[in-house]
Design a protein around this ligand. Structure first.
Ligand SMILES: [Zn+2]
Length: 674
């Protein structure tokens, strides 16, 4: 019998035949797909005919069809529902797949064909989309070092491998420091903590083998402890340990690793002909240059700092009224800010929750997509990879657009967080291929027979991931490599963050936020308090984020610092970092930028996307949240386009101009109070 991963899928919509896919079939399928890919690459490279777009670039697009099919189904499932076998398979595949992709970019004959096409591009009569795919293909080869020769090529391989080792080491050290430290609490020390923090501290204590409850350095325990504990001495002790992760002078110290990583990154960029690592990294991003990033961050910095200073004055006064002498310190901020929130907004999670039912929030996300883009969602009666994962057939005017799978409940076999992934992407090169899109979340599963209830943050996550799903489902391009969410990192969060705004449209909450038992709509004043609370304490949040993003940028823009800790202190002094706030991620535990390359000189990306989503939603607010003409502009210029054009061109086509920061400042409540 043919391996079910490799067989032709004759299911409805060519869905993976989940019930037939067995873990023992995965490895043989991946090996077969890799051989098939290698044979296809060899055939392209050795083709005696002169290179053409079809026999080289399109052939490359098709070379991994089987590999994508197998990996799409396997990784889609394994992320949401893993087991020891699947974990072991993923560990085994990771070096196999990275060796395969290095082999392709190091294939000199193949690169020569791409380079020839690139030199001849003006005379090839290519469509705009083809020009773009050719440029992107060549660029990824060049950036991987395809043009290097001799000693430079060897040195590049050495640097890459050393960086991979250092990145892993950085993560493991951080984990080591986080695991080792804990602070025992007596029964008296629990005073003032809400029950959920007490429970978490007790179970952490059991896990650590302590005599009683403990505070650990896990963000989900230490943050509420800092927010609720009235014991200033304990807050200080816990905060200092948290801030010192990776900087304790023990075997887990990350300072020297950070220095070496920065040095190697600079060398790598120089080998490839860039002035520094930021120039190399930002070339492929929407921001393009370090100056553009710095400009954005500094524009937000000043009003954020002012707002934080206004807040600090209020919190200091509260502290003095509490009879505490001394200046407001980083271990005081969350505590007094939490007290102030309660006094000003009086928002009780427990009171809010019955109004946010999972099924009604899914309905809300679907209804908004229907009103904006005409999409319809019909439940599909199919077996997926897990009984909790539900599937829908997505259509428009009777035309099949996508299969959407929503897998919302937490379980032990699922990794943490929330994400959107495609088991198959949209493309037209090999027929009218429509996508299979997954949204995976970790919402608490209710007892049998009860409605699943969400927090407001959960509901926002649901809308966020659904925005990514729309980017996949509305995609309308020819080539797989630029389909859907295959766009610059600082552009990819635009559709998702933008979609969150529809949850905040009062008429959406009025219709879909109904009480699980009584069916009554959310009371008007609760709705208003909920929406008003969204801008609370944004001075603090923005300051801790922007300071981290600036340090990341400065580390990579220019010669690598000899002493990163000293450089960090100088950067913070220069921007006037408020004393009562610290960086969200200081260098020795800044995993985003040191555990791997993902967000190096890219931590700014979240805010870059936010500038656009705030500005883009204003376009709707200027007319109406469901303005059909504006929705069509959004689909035609952004959601259907994938990476087929430069992000700046796409945004400008939608909005008529590039965004300023005003909408973001307004959205975060950072415009100076009148
Ligand atoms: Zn996202």
């Amino acid at each position: 019998m043919t391996n079910p991963y490799l067989a032709e899928w004759t299911t409805e919509f060519n869905l993976p035949p989940f019930a037939d896919l067995k873990d023992e079939d995965v490895k043989p399928a991946v090996e077969a797909a890799l051989s098939e890919g290698r044979a296809a690459i060899k055939a392209i490279a050795d083709n005696p005919e002169a290179p053409t777009f079809a026999n080289t670039i399109e052939a490359l697009e098709k070379a991994d069809a089987t590999l994508s099919k197998v990996l799409g189904a396997f990784y889609g499932m394994a992320g949401a529902d893993t087991n020891d076998t699947r974990d072991a398979l993923m560990r085994e595949f990771s070096p196999m797949l990275s060796a395969y992709s290095s082999e392709i970019t190091a294939n000199a004959a193949l690169f020569q064909r791409i380079e020839t096409l690139w030199q001849e591009r003006e005379s090839l009569d290519l469509t705009d989309e083809q020009q773009r795919v050719l440029m992107l293909t060549r660029r990824s080869f060049v950036r991987s070092g395809a043009k290097l020769e001799g000693a430079d090529k060897d040195r590049m391989a050495e640097i890459k491998s050393r960086l991979a080792t250092l990145g892993t080491q950085f993560s493991q050290n951080l984990l080591g420091d986080e695991r080792e430290w804990f602070m025992e609490l007596s029964e008296d020390d629990l005073e003032g903590l809400p029950q959920f923090v007490v429970d978490a501290a007790r179970s952490a204590g059991e896990e650590k083998g302590a005599k009683g409850p403990v505070v650990t350095l896990s963000r989900s325990l230490i943050t509420p402890f800092l927010q609720f504990s009235p014991r200033r001495d304990l807050r200080e002790k816990a905060f200092r340990a948290w801030a010192a992760r990776g900087e304790n002078g023990n075997a887990n110290d990350n300072r020297e690793i950070a220095r070496e990583i920065l040095e190697l990154r600079e060398e790598r960029a120089r080998l490839l002909g860039y002035e520094n690592f930021a120039a190399y990294k930002l070339e492929t991003e929407m921001a393009k240059t370090p100056e553009h990033v710095r400009d954005l961050l500094m524009r937000v910095w000043a009003p954020a700092k002012e707002a934080a200073e206004r807040d600090a004055a209020i919190l200091s006064k509260m502290m003095a009224e509490d009879g505490v002498n001394g200046d407001l310190a980083p271990w005081d901020w969350r505590y007094y800010s939490g007290k102030r929130r309660k006094a000003e907004h009086d928002l009780d999670e427990a009171e809010l929750k019955p109004y946010l039912q999972l099924d009604r929030m899914i309905e809300a996300a679907f209804t908004c997509a229907n009103r904006l883009f005409g999409l319809e969602f019909e439940p599909l009666d199919v077996t997926t990879y897990h009984p909790d994962a539900r599937a829908w057939n997505v259509t428009r005017n009777g035309r099949h657009m996508a299969v959407f799978i929503g897998d919302y409940f937490a379980r032990g076999s699922k990794r943490s967080g929330a994400w959107c992934t495609a088991m198959r992407s949209q493309q037209k090169l090999e027929g009218d291929i429509r996508p299979i899109v997954l949204n995976v979340c970790n919402f608490a599963k209710p007892p049998k027979g009860e409605a699943a209830l969400l927090s407001y943050d959960d509901a926002r996550t649901l809308f966020h991931e659904f925005g990514h799903a729309l980017h996949q489902m509305l995609s309308d391009v020819t080539y797989d490599s630029i389909s859907g969410t295959s766009v610059a990192r600082d552009f990819v969060e635009l559709p998702s963050q933008l979609y969150e705004h529809w949850l905040e449209v009062p008429e959406v909450l009025e219709e879909f936020a109904t009480h699980a038992e009584t069916g009554a709509p959310m009371p008007r004043d609760m709705l208003e308090r909920l929406l008003a609370a969204q801008t609370y304490d944004q001075g603090f949040a923005t300051v801790e984020y922007v300071s981290s993003a600036l340090v990341d940028l400065e580390f990579h823009d220019g010669p690598a610092p000899k002493d990163p800790m000293k450089a960090q202190a100088e950067i913070l002094a220069k921007i006037g970092m408020p004393k009562a706030i610290t960086m969200r991620h200081a260098t020795p535990h800044f995993a985003h930028i040191f555990s791997g390359d993902g967000y190096s000189s890219g931590y700014y990306s979240y805010m870059w996307s936010e500038v656009m989503d705030a500005d883009a939603f204003e376009a709707f607010e200027e007319t109406s949240p469901f303005d059909p003409a504006m929705a069509k502009r959004l689909e035609d210029n952004i959601l259907s386009k994938g990476g087929s054009e430069d992000a700046e061109a796409l945004y400008t086509a939608f909005r008529g101009r590039m965004p300023g920061v005003e909408a973001l400042l307004k959205g975060r409540g950072l415009l100076a109070a009148e």
